[in-house]
Ligand binder design. Structure first.
Ligand SMILES: Cc1ncc(C[n+]2csc(CCOP(=O)(O)OP(=O)(O)O)c2C)c(N)n1
Ligand SMILES: [Mg+2]
Length: 378
């Protein structure tokens, strides 16, 4: 095994992955990778139950958003269906001081950061640009430009090092989310180079959901994605992305290494996008139904439910209560979405710069004159 590479044995996919909870709901005590790192979790019964609640809640919120889009209330929606474990596990692994840089699909991580889940609804309704304060919640605004946030995250990680905020157990660390398709972008490769040579305190969290819109993984890479890390000089580890425990354990360990001055890690969360790329996409045109069916058997939520049931940590009363609470939250979001006021078109100029600029002021005035010219006409 090459230096720095973390590979584990196992069945599919080739190369294996870190898995602490099987699709049948069996706990694997710990997994030791080829470089000698051992991953495990030590949750209380309550913590297991709360992870289950997180998973169910984010799936329910996502389903509500999909329904709202279909009813014409959101312009578009990028669903996280199937990726709940990757997001909740890594999101809960963040410590309060850690900074996250999401794509446009990280609604589960957003939820774990304590941001009001209404926020992405407003963004995809087109009534704001993502209304949360990235500094307050340590969660950057969504980035649609594929891979760009990995460079922002790298710069941020280098910055906190220069500010002396890393290098010990209480230090800060950074996580950058991106997809399998993004790994082909120049930005992501540049982020790997810079993070590697500057030993930046960053975790690259790739949700390999097997597709970049219609392009399958084999059009992005000839080797497992986590192995790319080796070429940049830092460790790569593949996890079962449908296992919330593996996602938590490996992300927590990688972030702690980063904050302690041990540099970057690439985590490849091997998962599957159960739905369409976005509500504008029709996946039946490029993938077969049996593939989707085979991933249903690896559902990230069903396995936690099976585990809780087998271990007698929860019963139907608990599961029903979780469903009911998630439904109440979703219906509340629906009401709030329908009540969102449409912004005045002219406000689009207001948030370009924090303190405006003469050019923007001139463009705004011209826009206002143009619209005023229609007054009185039919
Ligand atoms: C620089 C850039 N190129 C192209 C696009 C169009 N685009 C939007 S999503 C997407 C696919 C991204 O796939 P992946 O990185 O696997 O993320 P996923 O959506 O599967 O989570 C593309 C090409 C874009 N947004 N930005
Ligand atoms: Mg993808």
């Amino acid at each position: 095994m090459a230096n720095g590479e973390r590979e584990v044995g196992g069945d599919a996919p080739a190369g294996g992955f870190v898995q602490l909870l099987t699709p049948d709901g069996e706990r694997v005590d710990s997994v030791t990778t080829a470089d000698g790192t051992t991953y495990t979790v030590d949750f209380t019964d309550d913590e297991y139950r709360e992870l289950y609640r997180d998973l169910v809640t984010v799936r329910r919120l996502d389903a509500e958003a999909t329904a709202l889009q279909r009813q014409g209330e959101l312009g578009i929606w990028a669903s996280l269906l199937g990726q709940e474990a990757a997001q909740v596990g890594s999101g809960r692994a963040l410590r309060p001081q850690d900074m996250a840089f999401p794509t446009y699909r990280e609604h589960g991580v957003l939820y774990c950061r304590g941001i009001d889940p209404i926020m992405p609804f407003g963004l995809f309704r087109g009534v704001d640009q993502g209304g949360w304060d990235p500094n307050e919640f340590k969660f950057n605004t969504y980035t649609i430009v594929i891979g760009a946030q990995t460079l922002h995250a790298t710069g941020y990680a280098m910055g906190i090092t220069m500010d002396g905020k890393t290098g010990n157990a209480d230090g800060e660390a950074v996580i950058a989310y991106f997809g399998d398709g993004a790994t082909s972008q120049g930005d992501v490769n540049e982020a790997f180079v810079w993070s590697g040579v500057f030993n930046a305190p960053i975790v690259f969290f790739c949700q390999n959901n097997q597709y970049a819109i219609s392009e399958p993984l084999e059009r992005q890479t000839r080797i497992p994605l986590y192995r790319r890390a080796l070429g940049y000089g830092f460790p790569g580890v593949r996890i079962d992305g449908n296992d919330v425990l593996a996602s938590f354990a490996v992300t927590r360990a990688a972030l702690d290494q980063a904050r302690n001055g041990q540099g970057p890690t690439l985590i490849e969360a091997y998962t599957y996008r159960m739905g369409a790329h976005t509500s504008s996409d029709d996946p039946t045109r490029y993938r077969i139904a049996s593939e989707v069916e085979s991933w249903k058997a690896k559902d990230p939520i069903a396995r936690v439910k099976a585990f809780l049931t087998k271990q007698q940590l929860a019963d139907d009363t608990f599961f029903d209560e979780v469903d009911e609470a998630a439904k109440t939250l979703a219906l509340d979001l629906r009401e709030r979405v329908l009540a969102m006021p449409d912004p005045q078109p002219v406000t689009l100029f207001d948030n370009v710069y924090p303190h405006g600029s003469p050019e923007i002021a001139a463009q705004k005035a011209e826009f206002e004159r143009y619209h005023a010219s229609f007054e009185g006409s039919h």
